[in-house]
Design a protein around this ligand. Structure first.
Ligand SMILES: [Ca+2]
Ligand SMILES: [Ca+2]
Ligand SMILES: [Ca+2]
Ligand SMILES: [Ca+2]
Length: 406
């Protein structure tokens, strides 16, 4: 099912809190005493405009409100979750939701229109109107790519981090599965590209923001990740960009690329099969800070070696750097402009099942496309096998309010 663009705009307004803002400002300021009546961990409401009289309170979802149905006039969300207020029972989103931001101090009043019939408390604002994770679709490929496939079913899959720090595995059939219940927001770099640990299963590498440490999360082969292992003691914050690449050094092991922030140099960190990167080798003398998106997309030009795709923000162009043995060849233009509207680039191998590697993207607010506009459209670009790409097609429209896809 595709959500209509019109519906999406309405729900986006709700997700951005515009609906809530529209409800603020009417009536006299309620007495402060009534706010403190709402206990920590509860969403509270009153039938009066000023928080007086009998108080409704809940710390759990309410599919119906009984005698409180259509009575909320003033509300306080004294929780660390988002409160979604629906005009219909059972959290039916037909009328859209008003979203109340977490207010753990319990100091913010709001006014409601007396039309609320159900309440949900959720960890991310997008869950008021959408599932916590977006819809991702892929088709089984004739040949295993060796990357982009955590569960080994020859179907390109995606990991999504949400704003609450959860990690979701999207197998490619539109569904999602929770594979990290919390804590993933401590990382400012997340990559994967095949097997780093030498067990044939795809792994995740994560850079810890506070320490600059690099961690390996070994894949279990099912989409979940095992106990982490330290593979870089620190200093990795000196890199502006980490890229899981595939085998550039041509020893059968997947490698890591990194751009050094201070110099713009590009380094190859050869995979060792144990997860720990080997001694680095300079493969780009400088200038790599001039690109602001890099993806190891696999072999896009059909010569059997994995390639790099990079975006140049000054021109909005997309370039392909063909992989050689332990180095990158002269870049080739694959997108002549307009690529700055893209937020994320995903290189997951063959998504469409025709044997050629593809590219997937998500969009920024100034994207305007067929069937979707603004933040969170997801596009597929079919690779033709010669390094060039077919025009992009909008695939889904619910990739907004997330915190990273890879
Ligand atoms: Ca898969
Ligand atoms: Ca592995
Ligand atoms: Ca190639
Ligand atoms: Ca393809």
């Amino acid at each position: 099912m595709r959500i209509s663009p019109l519906r999406r705009l309405a729900t986006m307004a709700a997700a951005l809190g515009l609906t809530s803002l529209g409800l603020l400002g009417a009536g006299a300021a309620p007495a402060q005493a009534a706010i403190s009546d709402c206990p920590s961990g509860y969403f509270c409401a009153w039938k009066s405009d000023n928080g007086t009289g009998t108080m409704f309170k809940t710390s759990t979802d309410k599919a119906t409100l009984g005698t409180w149905d259509n009575t909320f006039r003033s509300v306080v969300n004294h929780t660390n979750k988002y409160a979604c207020l629906y005009d219909e029972p059972n959290h039916d989103q037909a009328g859209g939701a008003s979203v109340w931001d977490p207010d753990p101090a319990g100091t913010e009043w709001g006014y409601s229109h007396g039309t609320v019939s159900s309440v949900r408390l959720v960890l991310t604002s997008r869950e008021c109107d959408y599932r916590p994770y977006p819809r991702w679709y892929s088709t089984p490929t004739p040949q295993a790519a060796g990357f982009g496939d955590l569960n080994g079913d020859r179907r390109a899959d995606v990991l999504v981090r949400d704003k609450a720090g959860r990690l979701w595995f999207l197998p490619g059939d539109g569904t999602g599965k929770l594979v990290g219940s919390s804590g993933w927001n401590v990382f400012n770099g997340l990559v994967r590209h095949g097997d780093f640990s030498g067990d044939g299963r795809e792994d995740v590498i994560a850079r810890e923001t506070a320490t600059g440490k690099l961690w390996l999360y070994p894949g279990t082969g099912t989409g979940t990740l095992g106990a982490r292992k330290l593979i870089g003691n620190g200093g990795w914050n000196a890199m502006s960009r980490l890229v899981g690449y595939g085998d550039l050094s041509d020893d059968g092991r997947t490698d890591l690329l990194a751009v050094e922030k201070s110099t713009g140099k590009l380094w190859l960190y050869p995979g060792t099969g144990s997860g720990t990167p080997g001694a680095r080798k300079l493969i780009g003398n400088g200038g790599w800070n001039a690109v602001n998106a890099m993806v190891g997309a696999g072999d896009m030009n059909g010569d059997g070696r994995p390639d790099l795709i990079a975006r140049e923000p000054s021109t909005g162009k997309l370039w392909l750097y063909p992989g050689r043995t332990g180095s990158l060849g002269a870049r080739v233009l694959v997108g002549s402009g307009g690529w700055n509207v893209m937020a994320d680039f995903l290189g997951l191998g063959d998504v469409t099942g025709d044997g050629h590697g593809d590219l997937a993207t998500t969009t920024h607010s100034d994207f305007v496309g067929d069937g979707c506009r603004g933040v969170g459209c997801q596009l597929g670009y079919q690779g033709r096998g010669d390094g060039t790409l077919d025009p992009g097609q909008v695939v889904s429209d619910d990739w907004h309010h997330l915190n990273g896809v890879f």
